[in-house]
Design a binder for this molecule. Structure first.
Ligand code: IMP
Length: 468
């Protein structure tokens, strides 16, 4: 069977830990989109491995596949593989022949375009890994695929056309020197070498047939989504998105297996119990000190809580945000920059539940909210006097949405290790009320609850591999 794992919010939901957990029963772990813009740390036997391209399952002896929907930077891939081998591992990684290749000129273009956009405050804040320009070339039908690296003549022919065009763009549109990133001879030498290595190590596969065979042999497959629903190019916060489809539909297009395969399996949405955001962009439930508007709802409070018209954007909110940030370690892993913090946003989650068709959700960081003076969720939005339950299509409209909050009883700080050992029923009652509210609003089940960062601090309520 298959389990697809998708981020429900804006990234940083803790997908890595879940892929790791479900990966234990998997034979094959497949990434279906994105490239080395993703990043996660896997801890195995006390050793820490930071990966951006190699699927995490490869550390644990599973077959890791980069599907046709991925964009593959061979420099990153081989550097990660070499590093793992130096550390005594034997990762088994296969790469789809249909996957597109990230070249140095893609990274260059990524930087150039971000700088150009920054002049009018329109930069996306990309990871600078060349992801967008590679997908652009793919859509424009001038991309170079992994299979092309295997044939030096084909590679040469394709490079000559694409690099000439890229050079013209850099020199004539941006009036910059094209530089070494556009040196066809050097690119050909380096990338034909990667092709040789792919061939010698038997790493490339026809992804769809390969996975179909493994499934026919009874293998369990995890589809590992990178990034999150709100940065999906179709269903995210356009244009502040990545250039691929992290949502569950990407798992079929990006692997060569039909929608019925993904749909026959489980689709698990990873949800952080509050919201965090890196950088700019709308965040209606943000907890800050400037009194961001909170409007009165018109529904009676459920058993769980009441909507409120109490302005809450004050020092208390700033203090709560600081507490959540500290406890949740909400600081960028590279820059150390504090992440923005907000209440859980139900319109985002309703959107994610529909787009991805969740069969279940994994709620992380529940312990981080323990012991707060107050607790709320953004139940809906008010937009121009209308009540809105899900995400609007444009960023500009989303930015005008005011949250309609619903308050909940905060739960106490408890011995989370003991709770994790005992199971779901040992959670404080108010925490179970919060989770039941999510299940009812999203019409799905809570499969796991994270009450701490360690593997044993996740309560498993439903095991998607062994559903009854
Ligand atoms: P790109 O994917 O590098 O083109 O970046 C586009 C947007 O997606 C930027 O806002 C990035 O910060 C965001 N992004 C890309 N990869 C990740 C990720 O793995 N986690 C969270 N945000 C990401």
């Amino acid at each position: 069977m298959t389990v697809t794992i998708v981020g429900s919010q804006l990234g940083d939901e803790g997908k890595g830990a879940l892929v790791d957990r479900y990966g234990g029963e998997a034979d094959v772990v497949v990434r279906y989109q994105g490239g080395d813009n993703a990043g996660h740390t896997v801890v195995e036997d006390g050793e820490e491995y930071a990966l951006s391209l190699v699927p995490s399952g490869a550390i644990r002896g599973k077959v890791g596949v980069l599907g046709n929907g991925c964009v593959v930077n061979p420099r990153t891939l081989f550097s990660e593989l070499d590093d793992l081998r130096e550390r005594g591992l034997e990762p088994d990684v296969r790469v789809a022949r249909r996957a597109h290749v990230v070249f140095p000129y893609h990274r260059r273009l990524d930087g150039i375009e971000e700088e150009a956009k920054a002049e009018s405050d329109q930069e996306i804040g990309t990871t600078g890994r060349g992801i967008g320009p590679t997908y652009e070339d793919k859509a424009a039908r001038r991309g170079i695929r992994v299979a092309d690296l295997l044939d030096p003549e084909v590679l040469r022919e394709k490079l000559e056309y694409t690099v000439e065009r890229t050079t013209a763009v850099i020199e004539n549109v941006y009036e910059l020197d094209a530089g070494e990133e556009c040196d066809v001879d050097a690119l050909h030498e380096e990338y034909a070498d990667y092709g040789r290595r792919f061939r010698e190590e038997g790493m490339t596969v026809a992804c769809g047939p390969f996975l179909a065979e493994r499934r026919a042999a009874g293998d369990n497959v995890v589809f590992e989504g990178a990034q999150g629903t709100c940065i999906d190019i179709d269903h995210g916060n356009y244009p502040y998105v990545t250039s691929s489809n992290p949502t569950a539909g990407g798992a079929t297009v990006g692997t060569g297996l039909g929608p019925t395969v993904v749909g026959d399996g489980e689709v698990v949405g990873v949800v952080k119990a509050y919201l965090s955001r890196v950088g700019s962009g709308p965040m209606p439930t943000e907890l800050d000190s400037d009194g961001a508007g909170h409007t009165t709802g018109d529904e009676p409070g459920q058993a769980t809580g009441n909507e409120t018209d109490q302005p809450t954007g004050d020092d208390t909110d700033a203090a709560i945000a600081a507490e959540i940030r500290d406890r949740g370690g909400e600081f960028g892993t590279v820059t150390g920059r504090p992440r923005r913090i907000g209440w859980l946003d139900l319109p985002i989650l309703r959107h994610a539940a529909r787009v991805n068709g969740f069969t279940g959700i994994a709620v992380n960081h529940l312990d981080v909210l323990a012991g707060l003076d107050k607790l709320a969720v953004g139940h809906a939005y008010e937009l121009d006097g209308e009540r809105v339950e899900t995400l609007p299509a444009t960023t500009e409209t989303w930015a005008r949405c005011e949250p309609i909050l619903k308050e909940f009883d905060p739960w106490p700080d408890v011995d989370w290790d003991a709770v994790a050992a005992e199971g779901y029923d040992a959670l404080p009652e108010s925490a179970r009320v919060y989770l039941a509210y999510l299940e009812s609003e999203l019409d799905t089940e809570v499969y796991t609850v994270g009450v701490g960062p360690d593997r044993e601090q996740t309560i498993e309520r439903v095991d998607p591999w062994n559903r009854v």
